[in-house]
Design a protein around this ligand. Structure first.
Ligand SMILES: Cc1ncc(COP(=O)(O)O)c(C=O)c1O
Length: 388
């Protein structure tokens, strides 16, 4: 016997459980994607997204493609092959930016061990060496559950006249993003994380300055040309350059309505308290968090990464929880087996966190890591008391 898919609890850092309201929105009939109805839906998506990014609605475009499409669009649309792109890599997704930077521009890598914080001194050294056109960084590095210092890197970008590309794929909707205030030129997110929509859409926010510069780029991608997306999205009849995934737009529209109903700040607070509940529960049973913080970094607001306890493979913990119907994630690449990760994104509830923590505690007990159960409940519910 095994647990049915619809009985499983997704506690991964995306995709996340999608509320039935959002799933049902996808059952609506197709419409003309070059008509008034689509334009109105696109306008609504732009306006709520703009509140989440803290930028102007005209800066928002939606690409039919997952978060990586947004990352590729950002790097490729803003840089020519000879332009130097400083790519900050302290995890799997920073590494992805580095690879993309190498494809479209001239990559200047800045690598830190995965799980370590970004050293701003090293960022400045690279900028001082000169000639950096763009900086690419992940805000919330989901592979290691660390929040990188976006405001500080934004200041350095301004000081050295570089464009700033920021991936907010796993933070927008679950953490504060101040695109304009931080001096971000392009920010990109995905639909399947803190927004609690299905996978398949990427939202890109492009500043006017970045859009102006894109006109000078001769090697802009074709399907992922952000200038084309921006031009289409700012027409009186809003549209996308190519046929959009209309059903996913319906879902995103409904998911963003739910964001508004909850209130953006309430949603960010809920994410904060749920990740705190995970950390407090883990501390109560002696499980260490994986990231090493410095004064400018923080634990992620949306996902938690824990070190696998001595003598236990992180994959075993993941599998044992999976058998009990709770789907968490392990480490990626060389971190496989060494860490395990619990997401608290999107529509995740305090009850989901409580269930996950108590089941996780039980699994650790059965694996011989802890000698008794019953320690996590009080810590988790204390952390989340303002949510009840
Ligand atoms: C921070 C971050 N950036 C980019 C991506 C890639 O997004 P996608 O898998 O939607 O292409 C992810 C996905 O996990 C992510 O967490």
């Amino acid at each position: 016997m095994s647990i049915r898919t619809d009985e499983k609890l997704l506690m991964m850092p995306g995709p996340v459980t999608v509320p039935s309201r959002v799933l049902l929105a996808m059952a609506k009939p197709m419409i003309n994607h070059r008509g008034k109805e689509f334009s109105a839906m696109y306008g609504e998506i732009q306006s709520v997204s703009a509140e989440l990014f803290n930028t102007k609605a005209d800066n928002i475009s939606v690409i039919s493609g997952s978060g990586t499409a947004g990352m590729e669009a950002a790097i490729g649309s803003l840089n020519n092959k000879t332009d130097k792109i400083l790519a900050i890599d302290n995890g799997k997704f920073g590494q992805r930016f580095k690879k993309l930077a190498g494809k479209y521009g001239t990559v200047v890598p800045l690598e830190f061990e995965w799980g370590q914080s970004v050293d701003l001194g090293k960022v400045e050294e690279k900028l001082e060496a000169g000639d950096i056109k763009s900086i690419a960084m992940i805000h919330n590095e989901s592979s290691t559950a660390i929040r990188n210092p976006a405001p500080e890197v934004g200041k350095l970008a301004k000081k050295y006249g570089a464009y700033f590309i920021l991936d907010v794929v796993s933070s927008l909707g679950g953490d504060t993003i101040l695109m304009d205030e931080w001096g971000v030129d392009i920010a990109v997110t995905g639909s399947q994380k803190c927004l609690a929509a299905p996978p398949g859409l990427s939202i890109a926010a492009v500043s006017e300055k970045a859009a102006e510069e894109m006109k000078n780029i001769t090697t802009r991608p074709y399907y992922l040309d952000l200038l084309a997306y921006r031009n289409s999205a700012t027409k009186e009849l809003k549209e996308t350059p190519y046929t959009p995934a209309v059903s996913l737009f319906y879902a995103l529209q409904e998911a963003l309505r739910m964001v508004k109903e909850e209130g953006i700040q309430n949603r960010i607070n809920r994410h904060y308290l749920m990740t705190k509940a995970v950390r407090d529960s883990m501390a109560a049973i002696g499980i260490e968090m994986f990231p090493t913080l410095n004064q400018y970094s923080a634990y992620s607001n949306t996902v938690s990464a824990m070190k696998a306890p001595a003598g236990v493979d992180g994959e075993e913990i993941k599998k044992a929880l999976g058998k009990r119907g709770i789907i968490i994630t392990g480490g990626q690449d060389h971190l496989k087996g060494k860490i395990f990760r619990v997401g608290s994104m999107g529509a995740t509830t305090p009850l989901n966190i409580m269930n996950t923590m108590t089941e996780l505690e039980f699994v650790l007990f059965t694996l011989g890591v802890i000698e008794s159960t019953g320690a996590v409940d009080d810590f988790a519910s204390e952390a989340m008391k303002d949510l009840y």
